[in-house]
Design a protein around this ligand. Structure first.
Ligand code: 3HC
Length: 337
């Protein structure tokens, strides 16, 4: 449903962005730029400028932590899912998100940043993760809306990352996107079932859409004009489509889905613009977005505390795994001696 991003050409002019002034070896830099311009892939063993490495680690960190923290709002509903089928689906989905985080931590390792360093960034509150996960999940319909809209927005953003210039990140994204596609569909299907249910169920779905719609639009990041990292990220082929363009594509894809579902998207300014061949939409509250990104959203503190507790509670598992590995190594050494 969202694979149209594959066939969209890269932003016109993205390669026209001037290269950043660099103190790196000019020959290596020229070879790197030539590979990027030819749409080649950069692999871990290849030379890359420091700034490219840093940008990747920054983006992959934000992305990996979003997958890990994203397990929490839905995890809250596993014990309260309304049927065995929904519980099984939700457990599988939350587990998938954990797996996505792990692929991405591995991609960061290929850039020289260890998982411990990444986790330290998350647990100390220094690293960012997606704003959307700092809002509460108040009723069962929120779980469906997370699948439909949150995962839908994530896929829209992540399909172009399958063509990212850094090999390990782009390859990880292929599997992530396939799984996210299942997540999106299960969410939409759960909502379709609720919309065919009672008046109270339909009201729950509408309430969840009302609370989460604007937060989903903000997931794509600040407007292009206020996005400090976009120009360089696009110049390097890390990002392929801009924040605003992806947001627009998401709105255009979602409006017809909302009609089929029978819900109203909470935006009086949302209407088809014949001249632009896109839907116009209203103003996003960027002050609220930045407030949440800076750690002051409704659930930031709770999410971080839950995540740190889960990590600390799992210490015995890591200790046991390490003790077992040491034992195996000692046994192998004894046998070899
Ligand atoms: N929430 C939190 N922080 C955000 C944000 C959001 N929704 N959108 C942007 N930001 C942060 C950026 O990380 C950046 O901070 P930094 O400079 O300290 O790293 C700052 O705001 C400025 O934004 P830019 O537009 O300049 O940053 P980018 O060029 O990196 O673009 C992005 C932002 C589009 C989110 C990009 O980083 C990206 O595509 N990331 C990979 C995808 C991703 O992170 N997805 C998370 C979505 S949820 C998810 O994946 C879980 C799934 O299971 C639902």
């Amino acid at each position: 449903m969202y694979t149209q991003s594959f066939s969209v050409p890269d932003n016109a002019g993205q390669k026209n962005v001037a290269a950043v002034p660099s103190t790196e070896n000019p020959e290596l830099m020229a070879a790197f730029d030539a590979r990027i311009d030819a749409d080649g892939r950069i692999e871990p063993q290849d030379w890359m400028p420091d700034a490219y490495r840093k940008t990747l680690v920054r983006q992959i960190s934000q992305h990996a932590h979003s997958e890990i923290v994203g397990m929490l709002p839905e995890g809250n509903w596993i014990s309260r899912a309304p049927s065995l089928k929904r519980k099984a689906i939700l457990i599988a989905k939350v587990q998938d998100e954990g797996g996505h985080g792990l692929y991405l931590y591995s991609a960061a390792e290929t850039l020289g940043t260890s998982r411990d360093q990444m986790l330290e960034g998350l647990h100390s509150g220094k690293a960012k993760y997606s704003s959307i996960f700092n809002y509460p999940t108040l009723n069962w319909a929120d779980v469906g809306v997370i699948g439909w809209l949150v995962d839908g927005a994530a896929i829209m953003n992540q399909i172009p990352l399958c063509r990212c210039s850094y090999g390990p990140y782009s390859r990880a994204m292929v599997r992530v996107c396939k799984e996210e596609s299942f997540h999106q569909r299960q969410g939409y299907e759960a909502l379709l079932v609720m919309m065919q249910g009672t008046e109270a169920q339909r009201a729950m779905v509408q309430d969840a859409v009302n609370r989460l719609w604007w937060k989903c639009l903000a997931m794509f990041g600040p407007p292009d004009a206020d996005s400090p990292n976009s120009a360089q990220g696009m110049r390097w082929g890390i990002k392929r489509i801009s924040n605003d363009e992806l947001r627009q594509k998401f709105v255009d894809a979602t409006v017809p889905q909302a009609k089929v579902l029978g819900v109203t998207l909470p935006d009086p300014d949302l209407k088809w613009n014949e001249a632009r061949q896109h839907y116009d939409y209203g103003q996003i509250d960027w002050q609220e977005f930045w407030n949440t990104v800076e750690g002051n959203g409704p659930c930031n503190k709770e999410r971080l505390a839950t995540r740190v507790k889960a990590h600390n509670d799992g210490q015995w598992v890591r200790d046991a795994a390490l003790a077992y590995t040491r034992k195996q190594q000692q046994r192998a050494q004894k046998e070899a001696a």
